[in-house]
Design a binder for this molecule. Structure first.
Ligand code: PBG
Length: 329
């Protein structure tokens, strides 16, 4: 490239039409996965205090939101449950209950909006009284016995009609285990999105409030979720999950981990998603609420950055807001 003054980078930036012509990435409603909090409480909607604008909703409201998602052109939703403590135990046994709130909600959504994709976590943490994603024995999270529980939960959720099951626990071998169980049970068409590079992050704080596992959590998740200091390890995690049968992989959290998104996309070229988690939502919302950031501008910028980093889509609590803005043009 010739240097200045022959080359002037500002030339193509000079007008809106030329900026549009040289734009490298776009963000559309196709890139959105709307993350929703489902509650087994009596109230139709209860605000989550640390997540302004996000409610825990009952099944009827979830179905309404699912219809809204479809009307807004959002391809898929992801549902996370807030479980009454009286249903929690050490083994998280309620997670496998075929009449539990998640499978019942999945059926209700699939009946009402069959063309909307529905993603559900395969996870124990909303259901365990200790708040961990695995079975706990004498202070240790047991890997292989947890896999048996995850297999059962995955098959139960597929039977309920989930389109994508998403193990979010970070046990070793869980993608292969759940894939095998799904195939054996006749659900070879059910997709798997792996929480492949999931970090032991402080940014999940508001989520743990939202699902009610914050007060329960004993210790932290550092023995199974990744160390925020590591990058190469994320590539090994993703490689294993792809080999075990993941159709899509996820990096989580999102914004502070864009370097991981880029390396994953470059290394594997598989469908790659970022989870813009509760803490990221809380930061942007709180600053916008105070008038310290321009809400729409910053949210749209944050989402475009995921595309620039190589992501095919983003799980975000901002999805309905963003889809509405996009529809307005
Ligand atoms: C746990 C799970 C977590 C989130 C989704 N699934 C939190 C955790 O690992 O403690 C976080 C979502 C968010 O922060 O928005 N299985």
């Amino acid at each position: 490239m010739p240097s200045f003054p022959t080359t002037r980078m500002r030339r193509t930036r000079s007008a809106p039409w030329s900026r549009r012509l040289v734009r490298e990435n776009t963000f559309t409603a196709d890139d959105l996965i709307w993350t929703m909090i489902l509650s087994d409480g009596d109230a139709p909607r209860t605000p989550v205090p640390s997540m302004l604008g996000v409610d825990r909703v009952n099944i009827d409201e979830l179905v309404k939101d699912a219809k809204r998602a479809q009307a807004l052109g959002i391809p898929a939703i992801a549902v996370f449950p807030n479980i009454n403590p009286k249903y929690k135990d050490a083994a998280g046994s309620e997670a496998a209950n075929p009449n539990g709130i998640v499978p019942v909600a999945v059926k209700a959504v699939k009946d009402a909006v069959p063309d909307l994709g529905i993603i559900v976590d395969v996870a124990l943490d909303p259901y365990t009284d200790h708040g961990h994603d695995g079975l706990l024995h004498k202070g240790e999270i047991l890997n292989d016995p947890t896999l048996d529980a995850l297999k059962e939960i995955g098959v139960m959720l597929a039977r309920a009609g989930a389109d994508i099951v998403a193990p979010s626990d970070m046990m070793d071998g869980r993608i292969g285990a759940v894939r095998g169980a799904l195939d054996d049970a006749g659900y070879s068409d059910v997709m798997m999105m792996s929480y492949a590079a999931k970090y032991a992050s402080g940014f999940y704080g508001p989520y743990r409030d939202a699902i009610g596992s914050a007060t329960a959590l004993q210790g932290d998740k550092a023995t199974y979720q990744m160390d925020p200091a590591n990058t190469d390890e994320a590539l090994r995690e993703v490689a294993l999950d792809i080999e075990e049968g993941a159709d899509m992989v996820m990096v989580k959290p999102g914004m502070p981990y864009l370097d991981i998104c880029r390396r994953v996309k470059d290394s594997f070229g598989v469908p790659t998603y970022a989870f813009q988690v509760s803490g990221e939502y809380a930061m942007i919302s709180a600053a916008a609420q105070n008038g310290w950031l321009d809400e729409q501008r910053v949210i749209m910028e944050s989402l475009m950055c995921f595309k620039r980093a190589g992501c095919d889509g983003v799980l975000t609590y901002f999805a309905p807001k963003v889809a509405a803005w996009l529809a307005k043009g």
